[in-house]
Structures are given as structure tokens and as C-alpha cells.
Design a protein around this ligand. Sequence first.
Ligand code: NAD
Length: 444
Amino acid sequence: MADRYLSFTGTTPGRFLTRRLGLPQPAALRRWSPRHPRLDGPLLHLTAGKSDLDLAPVLARTGLPAARTADGSPGPAAGVSPAAVVLDATGVRDVGALGEVHAALHPVVRSVAASGRVLVLGAPLDPADHHQAAAQQALEGFSRSLGKEIGGGRTVNLLRLTDARAAESTLRFLLSPKSAYVSGQVVHTDAREPTAPDDWDRPLAGRTALVTGAARGIGEAVAETLARDGARVVVLDVPAAEEDARRVAERLGGTALALDITAADAGERIAAALPDGLDVLVHNAGVTRDRRLVNMPAERWSSVLEVNLASVLRSTDALLAAGTLRPGGRIVATASIAGLAGNAGQTNYGASKAGIAGLVRCLAPRALAEHGVTVNAVAPGFIETRMTAAIPLFIREAGRRMNSLAQGGLPADVAETTAWLAHPASGAVNGQVVRVCGQSLLGA
Ligand code: NAD
């Protein structure tokens, strides 16, 4: 269902009228396309506090030119809008140093290009130093607040890191059009030795990825994006959707697997279908059966828990036990902001999606230690799909606008975030639940 309001506010009379009425002002987001793979404009690298990060070489590899002043030194040039501003605040260790955050961003925030990026870099909280912890935690409230006021399709995120090279795939993602609908997020990367791909444009070349529920919607977009990144994709969906799954698989040069993921032996059947192993497992299949708890029969409760959570646990366990997921493998599960914030009428769905977050956080360190596999989740907000097109008009409009970007996301936004987590160089990202919600007002 097209977002007609977004099209209307893109016209001069539409913009005039909606501004006068104080209505939301969504900006058309600049997303990734083969002809538009990078943000347009320079990258401005600023620092607050004393940083030990070796950031410059990694930022140079994003392909964005460094912002320079008229005399050629690094800094903002008059009249040039930076497409990205990176503020390295890893050295902020006390409240006083937070003044440097204000001093660095206050003069430049107005000049950030439309659909540009502000990325704040923070350090992990030091459990032995409550002044450092307070100052670093302050960066979260700061970046989330800036995300809510900056407008114009710009995003603001916070990345906590200790090693710039280990965070390279994350920096590239957050500083690219691929992260158009990711805002107000706090992402952590650790100092794991990075595995740089031979080709950053096809990082999954030679790898196999299986996506559940990929015959349509978000799953189809995920399969398409992983195929773009070079993966051989296996498109899994229920037998009733086999024809659509085949169509998707044929288009992407992959294969279809007709299988109900709730089958008790689904994991074993996937393992049997992939004797050469698997590199990326995306648990995307999901269902809703909404009713308030007072009206919810047990069958509605259990069918949602079964598809969205129990089958994810069972098949993950089976595929790890069988050794089907190769070392360096990636598991990405699909949560939802309904599982993080709660949603009336969705006690079953909210429970299942919160369960995904619990699974990810608990399994991640063990899966990495025992199998060399990372485990993360994406938590979509309002995404324009058949599921959300069926929502009654006024509730749908509210869902679309109640986020900092004042619009719904696209399946491609969830797919790009999944592809970043599935990236061979993203081994330093583990146990995270990353929201793809345009900084929805629901939940933190
Ligand atoms: P969709 O209904 O369009 O697609 C889901 C796919 O999963 C379908 O092809 C369906 O046949 C398949 N599927 C369902 N049960 C299955 C089973 N037992 N075995 C195998 N396949 C099965 O949904 P969507 O909007 O594309 O959502 C994809 C995922 O994203 C779901 O997990 C959903 O909960 C989550 N999500 C969606 C949104 C949104 O706004 N659309 C928001 C938050 C989370």
C-alpha cells in the first residue's frame, strides 16, 4: 500500500500545507541502489575527549571523501553539507568532557545533508568507574534525543567499540544508504579479529544462506539482498507457498525448500537438504493471530508461539548439533518492536518475539565459543508489507508516523540490516537485537 501522505509532503503545496498545520514531515529516504551505493557528500570526523581509536584508515575505506576546510585541513567547509558526521566520543570519561560533545556537534548539526548520518562512537561502560559510566551512558540519551529532533530523513546512532577494524563492517553499514531506516540504536562491537572479505561488494560469495518464510514479504527481500551479496540462497516456506518460493528461488539462482518450520524434524530435514553445510541461517518466518488475552483461545496462543519461537529454538539446536552451520556462520532471527515494547492484542506475538531476544542474548556467547557462529536479531517496526497493508486506515497511519522518520520502513531495510549481521566481517557483533524501526516511539 503506497504511502500517499509521503508523496504529498514531497510536493511544494503538500509541504506548505502540512507545515502550516503542524503535521509530520517525512522525507523521502535515500536507500541503497546499484547506482547509488554511497551517501552523497563528505564525511566529517570529529573527536570529543582523548581517543585511542585508529579510526581514520577505516573511515577512509567507506569511500566517503573526508570533509576539508578551505585551507585543506580536516573540518567542515563553508557551504558544503557533510553526508555523515562521525563523533568519536570514546574518550569521554566524565561529565565535564560531555561539553566537548556539545562543542563538536552544535556548530555542524544544522549542515548535515538530508538523509545524512550522525554516528556517535562510545566506549563500553567501565564497571570500575562510575564517572566514566555516567558520561558514556549519557551518550545514549544524547543520541536518541538528537535522533528525535534532527529530521530530514537523517539518522543518529551510537556505536560502542574498542577496535575500529573489528567494527569496519558496522561502520560501513551505519554510514551507508543501507541503514536508511535504522535510527536511535545503540550497537556494540567487541575487539574480535576481523575477517575482511575478498570483495566488499559480494561478501557472501561462495556461501550458502537459508531464509525461512522467504516466499514473500520481508523474507523474500532478505533472500534477494543476500543473493545480491553473493550468497547461494535456499528459499524455505510452507508447502502451500511452494510455487511462490520456487519463483523467488529461480529469480535469485537459488533453490526452494518446501517445509513447515514447525515440523518436529524440520532442523534435521534442513540438515539433510544441505549436506555441504550452511553459512547463514535467517529465521524470518512468522505469523500473527491477534486477540486481546481475554478473548484469546489456547490455539491462537500456541500457534504463534510455535511458529515464531519454539520452531526457531528447535531448528537452531538441531542445526548447531548437526554441525550444519559452519564456523564463521551467522544466525539472524526476526524479533519485533512489539516484543520489546508490548502491543495491545498481541500478548502471544509479543511473548514470542521477546523470547527471540532472550534466545539471542543467551545463546550468542556459547554459539560463538563452541561453534564459531554469531547469533543476532533484527526487530522490525512498522514495515510496508501485506501484513501492515491489512491494518485499518487510521491505525495504519498512526503506525507509520509514530517514529522519528515519520514513515514506514520497507522490507529492504530489514534485509539490509540482516545482510550486515550476516556479513563475514561482522564477527564482532554478537548477541544484539537491532531495531529497524525509524526510531519508533514504541519502547526505547
Ligand atoms: P508475511 O506474512 O508477509 O510472510 C511470512 C512468511 O512466512 C510467509 O511466506 C509464510 O508462508 C511463512 N511462514 C509462516 N509460517 C511458516 C512456517 N510454519 N514454516 C515456514 N514458513 C512459514 O510476513 P512479513 O511481514 O514479511 O514478516 C516477516 C517476519 O518479520 C515475521 O517474523 C514477522 O513477525 C516479522 N515482523 C514483521 C513486521 C512488519 O511490519 N511487517 C514488523 C515486525 C516484525
